[in-house]
Design a protein around this ligand. Structure first.
Ligand code: AMP
Length: 395
């Protein structure tokens, strides 16, 4: 794997694709700086080598270059976090950008305007990618969150840097961590899949069946499996058209010797609301008009036993509707179990938008081995795909 450590950036201009797609409040102040902090090690290594850094990113989904999506809003925050004043140029290509890049001195940082002000970015336009490539000497991709997109700045641009392209530290760490789970894992390996829908994670389940020893299926996904097995799930979320597939997965798992664990009990609610009436119910016997919104106490205990015996854990998706306090306990209990296993030497990787939100919200982020920054990108890697942004560096 070619990373920034394989290069000396002395006297070089690094063109770095970062993921600064950060949330802003109504005064355009950054409300969560995680992504900027995550890019810091890569930027500092380049500056310390004696090089300069040209940062490119997208922000939001602009349609007509609306000023609310300008990366200028975040410039001072980036300066504060990196500890070096960041210059800004109001376009990412063209004369203005070229002049700013040319005038950039070693040790300095330049932030380019939002890549998605140009439709060519998402289209993966080659001429646009070439224009970007003219700004720097070495291309560094440090944006895992967009590595599954074949956009100009994440993928196409790499072809213009033969022998001069690499992963930033963050992206390299993401790849290493996933590799540690999928290919170089200490056994037993456990995957925990939750969230609302089976359909969004089918390919993941199929791909990891060959790589894991045990799978916990929780959250809304579980009900499709339970109903397919003949259970009465009341009003719980279910994808009827995926029931056959669910049975097929159980059969495949059985033939491959992979143990599948489903919840045995759940917290049922009479309505989908935090102040709903609740009762604990056998998952196969949920009363009519009630819906399962969280893992029940017996399920939590069962899952804890599984978690404690495994040496490698991958967690994607919550065990219940954790956004509501009343249905967050199953997800919190699982987080606690994983934190304890991690303390005892298990390697734990958490990824996927909602699980990351959950581990942050409940304070587990420091207690697991690695928190992945890319939801969609991570799912695609778990599906066994080579991400375009990763393939482009390898070519
Ligand atoms: P996903 O985006 O597929 O990972 O799903 C995450 C969402 O699943 C979260 O917003 C949870 O609230 C939701 N979820 C988890 N368990 C359930 C459940 N039992 N019923 C409905 N939604 C659920």
């Amino acid at each position: 794997m070619t990373t920034i450590d394989n290069f000396n950036f002395d006297n070089k201009k690094a063109l770095i694709r970062v993921d600064f797609n950060v949330p802003l409040d109504e005064n355009f102040k950054v409300t969560d700086t995680t992504r900027i902090e995550a890019a810091k090690p890569t930027i500092l290594k380049i500056l310390e080598d004696g090089g300069s850094a040209i940062l490119m990113s997208h922000l939001g989904r602009p349609k007509n270059q609306e000023s609310e999506f300008s990366l200028q809003h975040i410039c001072s925050t980036v300066s504060e976090i990196i500890g070096v004043e960041v210059k800004f140029v109001a376009n990412c290509v063209g004369e203005e950008a070229e002049t700013a890049a040319k005038e950039l001195e070693m040790g300095q940082i330049l932030l380019l305007e939002n890549l998605r002000y140009h439709d060519e970015e998402k289209k993966g336009d080659e001429a646009f990618a070439k224009a970007l490539s003219q700004l720097g000497d070495i291309y560094v991709n440090d944006a895992f969150g967009t590595a599954h997109r074949a956009h100009a700045s994440t993928t196409v641009v790499a072809q213009f840097f033969p022998g001069a392209k690499c992963y930033g530290q963050l992206l390299a760490k993401e790849i290493e961590s996933l590799d540690r789970v999928l290919n170089n894992s200490e056994k037993p390996v456990l995957a925990i899949l939750g969230g609302s829908k089976v359909s969004s994670k089918i390919t993941v389940i199929e791909n990891i069946l060959d790589k894991v020893d045990e799978i916990i299926i929780g959250g809304g996904m579980a009900f499709t499996f339970i109903k397919a097995q003949g259970g009465n799930i009341g009003d719980s979320i279910c994808e009827d058209d995926k029931m056959e597939l669910a049975l097929e997965i159980l059969k495949q798992a059985d033939s491959k010797g992979v143990k599948i664990h489903l919840p045995v009990d759940i917290v049922a609610a009479n309505v989908f609301a935090n102040d709903a009436e609740t009762q604990t119910s056998d998952i196969k016997n949920i009363p009519d008009n009630w819906q399962g919104l969280d893992a029940g106490p017996a399920s939590r205990t069962n899952f804890d036993t599984v978690v404690q015996r495994c040496k490698t854990i991958l967690w994607n998706g919550p065990l219940g509707v954790f956004e509501m306090d009343s249905f967050a306990q199953g997800t919190i209990a699982l987080g606690n179990s994983i934190a304890q296993a991690t303390e005892n030497g298990t390697f734990s990787l958490v990824g996927g938008g909602d699980s990351v939100a959950a581990v942050k919200q409940f304070g587990f982020a420091q207690k697991v081995s690695y928190v992945s920054t890319g939801g969609g990108a991570m799912l695609e890697m778990l599906e066994g795909k080579t991400l375009p942004g990763i393939g482009a560096i390898e070519r």
